[in-house]
Design a protein around this ligand. Structure first.
Ligand SMILES: [Zn+2]
Length: 104
């Protein structure tokens, strides 16, 4: 099952606290969860661990459900509906339903 959103894609949040924000997918965790740069930030309390890091509160990304994300088309620069196309050689590629361009 090909995924509509992949690591390295630029995405926009469609719902929730970060609605409207954009970021790059840093990590894909299973079929529905992904970590997006600057999105769904949570505070973590970090204990003092000498030589590794300072104690305190750090901000880090928490995984977000891919259903809340829309791929931002690199061609037309809008949150796109993604479709799939099968090329003549059998390769499955994504395309943007707005501008009909294929997305690498
Ligand atoms: Zn497009």
């Amino acid at each position: 099952m090909a995924s509509k959103i992949r690591k390295g894609d630029n995405v926009q949040v469609r719902r929730g606290r970060d609605r409207g924000k954009q970021g790059r997918v840093q990590r894909v965790i299973g079929p529905t969860k992904m970590v997006v740069e600057g999105i769904n930030m949570v505070s973590r309390h970090v204990k003092d661990n000498p030589g590794v890091r300072q104690a305190g509160i750090i901000q880090m990304e928490s995984p977000i459900n891919s259903a809340s994300l829309a791929l931002v088309c690199p061609q037309c620069d809008t949150p796109a509906k993604v479709g799939f196309q099968i090329l003549d050689d059998g390769t499955k590629v994504r395309f943007c339903k707005n501008c009909k361009e294929t997305i690498g």
